[in-house]
Design a protein around this ligand. Structure first.
Ligand code: IDP
Ligand code: MG
Length: 154
């Protein structure tokens, strides 16, 4: 099996309210990724501001923090080969309107400010580890084997 990688994924409040948690989880499970942690939670402003710290100077920052704290989120860690980049590919572009059909944002959203899902950025190395640490304690990450792993990897 090639090198496994972990990535942080979050169904945002719009996705939770619209009942899309199951759809998003199914896509990752079907692809062969492995869920290693999950937490349904309400984010407070401190956590939101830290998570989106790279955007603090952007005009949309306050609205983004309002939005991400407006209701519960489903925070998860998914593991697999090239997981960070593969999940980003499955998510589509930041703007759902620019996202290809077949991607999560391209299938499930229309508006930039309501784009259903967050995933660690493969163009920002280390963001996966940083985000996983921000949302989960070490003991919340579960090491386990999927029964189909030998059929997923050569
Ligand atoms: P990403 O989620 O695809 O990584 P980022 O550029 O990191 O995109 O932006 C973080 C989040 O901020 C986006 O997912 C989106 O919810 C929000 N956002 C980004 N740009 C805008 C904007 O121009 N207007 C409103 N919200 C934005
Ligand atoms: Mg980003």
């Amino acid at each position: 099996m090639s090198e496994q990688e972990r990535t942080f994924v979050m169904v945002k409040p719009d996705g939770v309210q619209r009942g899309l948690i199951g759809d998003v989880i199914s896509r990752f499970e079907d692809r062969g990724l492995k869920l290693v942690a999950a937490k349904f939670k309400q984010i407070d402003r401190d956590l939101a501001e830290e998570h989106y710290g790279e955007h603090e100077d952007k005009p949309f920052f306050d609205g983004l923090v309002d939005f991400i704290t407006s209701g519960p989120v489903m925070a998860m860690v998914w593991e697999g080969q090239d997981a960070v980049r593969q999940v980003r590919g499955m998510m589509g572009e930041t703007d759902p309107a620019e996202s290809a059909p077949g991607t999560i944002r391209g299938d499930l959203g229309l508006d930039l400010g309501r784009n259903v899902i967050h995933g660690s950025d493969h163009e920002d190395p280390g963001s996966n580890e940083r985000e996983i640490e921000l949302f989960f304690d070490d003991e919340e990450l579960v090491d386990w084997e999927r029964v189909d792993e030998t059929w997923l990897y050569e």
